[in-house]
Design a binder for this molecule. Sequence first.
Ligand code: GDP
Length: 298
Amino acid sequence: AERLKAGLAKTRNALGKNLAGLFGGGQIDEDLYEELETVLLTADMGVDATGHLLKNVRDRVSLKGLKDSQELKGALKESLNELIGPLEVPLSLGEHKPFVLMVAGVNGAGKTTSIGKLAKYFQSQGKSVLLAAGDTFRAAAREQLVVWGERNGVQVIAQDSGDAAAVAFDAVNAARARGVDVVIVDTAGRLPTQLHLMEEIKKVKRVVQKADPTGPHEVMLVLDANTGQNAVNQVKAFDDALGLTGLVLTKLDGTAKGGVIAAIAKQRAVPVRFVGVGEGIDDLRPFVAADYVDALFD
Ligand code: GDP
């Protein structure tokens, strides 16, 4: 929680500085609500979530008969917790062996970094990990993954074929044959507007299903928190194409746009499994809504 708090310093500074004035005492009135609206929009919560939160705060204020602006903070925290709480659904491997986790994202979102962190996370839980080097567009990326895997005791399946679906298929079968616990299927970075690439990743999913009819057990989108409102559009597009089951929100440490989680909660509530709070291999945290809200306000 401390790491998260440090990570969210930028959002907190941006949000907190603005909120401090609002919560500083005085009457709760229309001007105050208007200022609150501006502050929430500035933290990139988006129009929908901002409207939702404002209404929720107003309801709480009238229900509890709050008068003083200092009491507004509690009402806002409660409302935010209620909004983003449903996004807190920890990733569970269940009985699947191998558990097949497919990872998607746009270039630069932090996909490769997050996969490394995830592999480490599973290993720290005593699980063996196999990686499918499905980013077949960048030979260098593939080589890097192989080297990284060797260093960290993570098996890597790579091919020269250039067919991401074939790599994924091989990896799932290899994992089953070798008794590996978790397969992480990497895919090339792509934009939702690149329709042929979206077709390609849908094919990867279909082929994974051929190798394991119960899978993939997790279809995860890696999102850069700095993309603000565009992150919501990415969630929608990848969810429409693939049926997302989880998100990793990266780079929450260097952004003032941490409010984007509220926007996601309101517009396409895909569970946030993890948040990235730094470049290091350990800088990945399971998402805990209450910690997140506390980190923003306290
Ligand atoms: P990819 O293109 O999606 O595979 O992105 P990379 O994994 O290569 O990451 C792009 C850049 O973002 C790299 O410089 C990473 O170190 C950095 N990065 C990834 N996740 C985080 C994070 O949670 N916090 C910070 N500060 N940087 C991150």
